[in-house]
Design a protein around this ligand. Structure first.
Ligand code: AMP
Length: 275
């Protein structure tokens, strides 16, 4: 496994890589969810490249950029175990040579105005800009992203499609703890009490999905009732949308999505619903 930091070192390594190349972009603090992405890439690609970069551009001014967990040594051990070929862990100036960011950014369009976009203005422009840069620098055949960040997966798919980026975007199902909590690097912020309360998110989603035979209203009512019984949770949104995040369909594939705060920690989750 090669570990590189600067963009010049990465470019040298890139020149010798066999196709197809699979790219798994991450912000580090790796867990079994990231591992599932690496495993999917390993199964399908001759070369697996992962980036390990906490992207300042996608954090709002009052968000957790400064305290975001950084665990590079453990991350490298997980990557080696997963059979990764190249870990690229650049510094901020390796990614943004002018230091602060990018004067040109990629706009997520209307998909960026809903759900997370209502609470985190600018977030998806930051995500798309760094993902576009990594696509241009790594030139992968396939990019792997988690359904855990369902709206992110949707805006990346749309960027690749509408800007003709010419790679395949692969979505990987969410990996969960035994009690249902979706794995997240941010789960480590939770106190023991908050960790116990956090199960309410996935419980509400699964309860909602189980009511799907009775229609969209029943799904939302069941999830809302489950949440109402859970203490300590401040819900930013609970929404049922089409699988493409458009209007809720009468029938067919849909997605139930939630964002909520427990103390100072903000968690998101979503599940498929068949209406
Ligand atoms: P992050 O490091 O949080 O930016 O996540 C990097 C990638 O891992 C993204 O594509 C996420 O959607 C994905 N990911 C994070 N948590 C999970 C999970 N629990 N299951 C599957 N994929 C995940």
């Amino acid at each position: 496994m090669k570990v590189v930091q600067t963009r010049d070192d990465f470019a040298r390594v890139r020149a010798g890589l066999a196709a197809p190349i699979g790219l798994v972009p991450t912000m580090g603090a790796l867990h079994a969810g990231h591992r599932a992405l690496l495993d999917a890439a390993r199964a399908e690609c001759a070369t697996v490249v992962t980036t390990n970069f906490v992207n300042p551009l996608q954090f709002g001014p009052s968000e957790d950029l400064a305290r975001y967990p950084r665990t590079l040594d453990a991350d490298l051990a997980l990557c080696a175990d997963a059979g990764v070929d190249v870990v690229w862990a650049p510094s901020v100036t390796d990614v943004y040579p002018t230091g602060g960011g990018s004067s040109i950014t990629v706009s997520p369009g209307p998909l960026g105005d809903i759900l997370e976009g209502t609470v985190r203005p600018g977030h998806f422009a930051g995500v798309l800009t760094v993902v576009a840069k990594f696509f241009n620098l790594v030139r992968p055949d396939r990019g792997y992203f988690g359904e855990k960040d369902y709206q992110q997966l949707a805006v990346i798919r749309r960027m690749v499609d509408e800007l003709d980026m010419g790679l395949s975007v692969v979505g990987v199902p969410t990996v969960r703890e035994d009690d249902g909590l979706a794995l997240s690097s941010r789960n480590r912020y939770l106190s023991d009490g908050e960790r116990a309360q956090a199960v309410a998110l996935s419980r509400a989603l699964f309860t909602g999905a189980a009511a799907s035979a009775a229609g969209a209203k029943a799904v939302l009512a069941a999830a809302t009732a489950q949440l109402a019984a859970a203490p300590g949770i401040a819900v930013d949104y609970l929404e049922l949308r089409g699988a493409d995040l458009g209007e809720t369909p009468e029938h067919g594939p849909a997605r139930l999505l939630i964002a909520a705060r427990l103390g100072s920690t903000r968690l998101i989750d979503n599940v498929p619903v068949e209406l």
